[in-house]
Design a protein around this ligand. Structure first.
Ligand SMILES: Cc1ncc(COP(=O)(O)O)c(C=O)c1O
Length: 396
């Protein structure tokens, strides 16, 4: 077989899967529907209700963290993580070049400047050998991302931060349930920010959380997320003066009580869902490992991933052909995000040559479907399609 072989679906051949194998699917079951039903019938449908509080309590316990604050997205969580610090405008924040825009939006909303940092070419996490070189007298913070759920090396990042007195926000949007050196992610930085978007391992449709052990940060965020009011203490402590006060400038980032109920029912199943993802990832690794010119993401030592994303690293010159060929076979492989400096809004912050790691990683990166409801047959078809496409490509 060759790249132009007529057996390939991209050339008009029969696809491996007639029914598309989707790239992600939220895992929503009867207990989720029942939780939402119960919450909505309670008539407490507005923000920060008892089910939100319960979700926060259980998630704090699960993570082994002191404070969990449920908000409407990780993007809001990142914004709040910087808002509480009040850094002087123009101060610099180091952000990995290979991340989603929200990682940079947090500092940008707070009038801070972004300094893009390169990442490892084999896993997309911050490259420690280069990190110190981005620090200037204006640097106030680092944002570190766990790409694909694979923990970034937080011990070294915290050491560097301590040396220069920097604030560290750990963007754990993708890593709920991952473990770094024996502790769940969410406990390593000054503040961590999780996402519960529909594609994430635990979902509330849209949603996020700020996690911190700092009481002052937590208290301020409770106010900021509720329009700058002290309604939190009004609801919790039942201080019944009959009104609450406007004590700051905030925004409306609280989540509906209905979504708190959904978060709690999802959390009850999170370890099981992550274990299912692990089984799929291991099955892929086992069945794809002998394919020449195909690589996998390097996992961080002394840690375990939640397999939020399953990455294959393919020859960069052929990446888009491989993606199109897999899609034609019925497997919805995709590329995920492009390095920030490659996007219109960020392009003034550097060129390809400044980020060889990010360009190298992104250059070969494709994602395969991984989610708890992915069936055995679908896994088999995904493997078959990758084998078919690679054997055509390298027969030439
Ligand atoms: C690394 C990273 N940070 C932040 C976000 C933003 O999450 P949300 O959609 O909850 O705002 C995402 C979303 O995918 C992400 O991947």
């Amino acid at each position: 077989m060759s790249k132009s072989d007529s057996k390939l679906a991209i050339n008009g051949g029969k696809p491996v899967s007639e029914k598309p194998v989707l790239i992600h699917k939220p895992y929503l079951m009867e207990d989720d529907f029942a939780a939402v039903d119960r919450a909505i019938r309670s008539r407490f449908v507005s923000g920060d209700g008892p089910d939100c509080r319960e979700f926060e309590r259980q998630l704090a316990q699960y993570l082994g963290a002191r404070h969990v604050l449920f908000v409407n997205s990780a993007t809001s969580a990142l914004e709040l993580a910087f808002r509480v610090k009040g850094f002087p405008p123009g101060s610099e924040v180091i952000v990995p070049d290979f991340t989603y825009t929200s990682t940079a939006l947090g500092p940008l909303y707070n009038n801070l400047a972004i300094r893009l940092a390169d990442v490892y070419p084999d896993n997309g996490n911050l490259d420690l050998a280069k990190l110190e070189g981005y620090i200037t007298p204006k640097t106030v913070a680092i944002v570190a991302v766990d790409y694909a759920g694979n923990p970034v090396e937080m011990d070294e990042i915290m050491q560097l931060a301590n040396k220069y007195n920097l604030y560290v926000v750990h963007d754990t949007a993708q890593s709920i349930g991952s473990v770094y050196k024996g502790r769940k992610t969410g406990n390593q930085g000054h503040v961590s920010t999780f996402s519960f978007h529909g594609t994430k391992n635990l979902t509330t449709g849209e949603g996020g959380a700020v996690v911190t052990s700092d009481d002052q940060i937590a208290d301020r965020i409770r106010i900021l997320r509720e329009k700058g009011t002290n309604k939190y203490s009004f609801l919790t402590d039942n201080i019944t003066r009959g009104y609450y006060e406007y004590v700051d400038i905030g925004n409306s980032y609280v989540q509906s009580n209905i979504l708190g109920a959904l978060g709690t029912s999802q959390l009850a199943r999170l370890d099981w869902m992550n274990a299912e993802r692990k089984k799929i990832a291991e099955y892929y690794l086992h069945n794809l490992k002998d394919i020449p010119n195909l690589g996998f993401l390097r996992q961080t030592g002394d840690s375990s991933t939640n397999w939020h994303i399953f990455v294959i690293l393919v020859p960069r010159e052929e990446k888009y052909w491989i993606m199109d060929a897999l899609r034609a076979e019925g497997i919805h492989a995709n590329v995920h995000y492009t390095p920030l400096h490659r996007n219109a809004y960020y392009k003034h912050l550097g060129a390809d040559i400044d980020f060889p790691g990010a360009m190298g990683f992104f250059g070969g990166l494709l994602r395969l479907p991984v989610y708890p409801s992915l069936g055995f047959e679908e896994m088999g078809k995904t493997i078959e399609a990758v084998r078919k496409v690679f054997s055509a490509l390298f027969a030439d």
